[in-house]
Design a protein around this ligand. Structure first.
Ligand SMILES: *Cc1c(COP(=O)(O)O)cnc(C)c1O
Length: 362
């Protein structure tokens, strides 16, 4: 049993900022002096309205969103977005472009396929086990959108910058790097992020959608699967995931007021990742799995000289209060997820452990 908190490198659900957790703990029984928990009040109350409106306003400020963009909270995770995008925006002879950079992109493509929608996979990195981000892609001029997974949580690759699509709006799964860096919103039609990686607890997915896409949503879809149901009711057509939205609001407040916004956050994220990659590159014992120019600042994937050593590494790390370092079950190896909420001190602590481990086992 651990007496206190450890450095948490889990991929998702993942670490939340400590001040946010403390705030939740302190106000859990008596939210804003109302004598009830935030989980016990009506989503139709003024108090909850203030929570969701503040979360939307902070998102708009953090990303410099203009009035064309709507900020929505939807249940069903990023996985439901895989299905909702083709359902809402493809039909007849319209088509979307997809770039396949790993498990999550593949799943997004599959949902368009299940629905019999037309699409083109314009680039893929499957030839090298998704270890890199494809370059020099030619997108189809007529595509309704171009789907891109901005950070590939499992393989540890990330788009350092978004490609020139020739004007086709990008739809991006940012589940594992949303709000980790500033964005040029002019390129995007839709962004979505399951909260449990970088911005909150599981159970809510944030969606940012450009107004002209809302105009394209057809009648005849189930209410809960239409973007317009959420945009027209401030994400409260039915009971929203209140606790998740509340936690996100606190994370956004922390990002704005404590961390100083996305540029500052990006600087810190770059510093953390650079430190860890530099150490891995200096070692003959650890080796990074992602192509150098495609490395993720959020999920650092690496291998040791053998699977038995990797098992030992993960379990001894846990004994040293460094948790969540096991790679995704589909690829094995090790992975250190260093999201926004991972404190800077966590990385040198991990590197110290990695050095000690080499001394004993190298
Ligand atoms: C975790 C993850 C998903 C799946 O999210 P759910 O909320 O569990 O549906 C999708 N895309 C990316 C990039 C992820 O990291």
């Amino acid at each position: 049993m651990k007496a206190g908190r450890i450095f948490n490198f889990n991929a998702g659900p993942a670490a939340l900022p400590l001040p946010v957790l403390e705030d939740i703990r302190d106000s859990f029984l008596n939210f804003n002096g109302c004598g009830m928990s935030v989980t016990e009040i009506s989503h139709r109350s003024k108090m909850f309205d203030d929570v969701i409106n503040d979360a939307v306003a902070r998102t708009k400020r953090l990303l410099n969103l203009d009035d064309r963009f709507h900020v929505l909270f939807i249940q069903g995770g990023a996985s439901m977005q895989f299905a909702m995008m083709p359902m809402n925006f493809l039909g007849g002879d319209t088509s979307a472009d997809f770039v396949n950079t790993g498990t999550w992109s593949t799943k997004a493509i599959k949902e368009a396929e299940i629905q019999g929608k037309s699409f083109n996979v314009v680039a893929s990195s499957e030839d090298k086990k998704f270890s890199y981000i494809p370059q020099e892609i030619s997108f189809n001029k007529g595509a309704v959108y171009a789907h891109i997974t901005s950070n590939n949580t499992i393989k540890g690759t990330q788009w350092a910058s978004f490609p020139d699509t020739g004007g086709v709006p990008i739809f991006s799964d940012m589940s594992s790097d949303f709000l980790s860096r500033p964005l040029d919103m002019g390129k995007f039609g839709l962004i979505y992020a399951g909260a449990q990686k970088n911005i909150g607890p599981a159970g809510v997915c944030m969606v940012i959608i450009r107004e002209d896409f809302l105009d394209r949503v057809p009648d005849g879809l189930p209410s809960m699967l239409k973007y317009t149901t959420y945009s027209s009711k401030n994400s409260m057509y039915n009971t929203p995931p209140c606790f998740g939205i509340y936690t996100i609001q606190l994370v956004l407040k922390w990002l704005e007021e404590t961390m100083g916004g996305l540029e500052k956050m990006a600087e810190i994220n770059t510093k953390k990742a650079q430190l860890l990659y530099d150490f891995i590159d200096s070692s003959d014992f650890y080796s990074g799995t992602a192509a150098l120019d495609s490395r993720s600042l959020m999920n650092v994937t690496f291998r040791l000289p053998g699977e038995d050593l990797e098992k030992k590494f993960v379990s001894e790390a846990m004994e040293n209060n460094l948790g969540g370092l096991k790679g995704h079950r589909s690829v094995g190896g090790c992975r250190a997820s260093i999201y926004n909420a991972t404190p800077e001190e966590a990385v040198p602590a991990l590197i110290d452990f990695m050095k000690t481990f080499v001394k004993k086992n190298g």
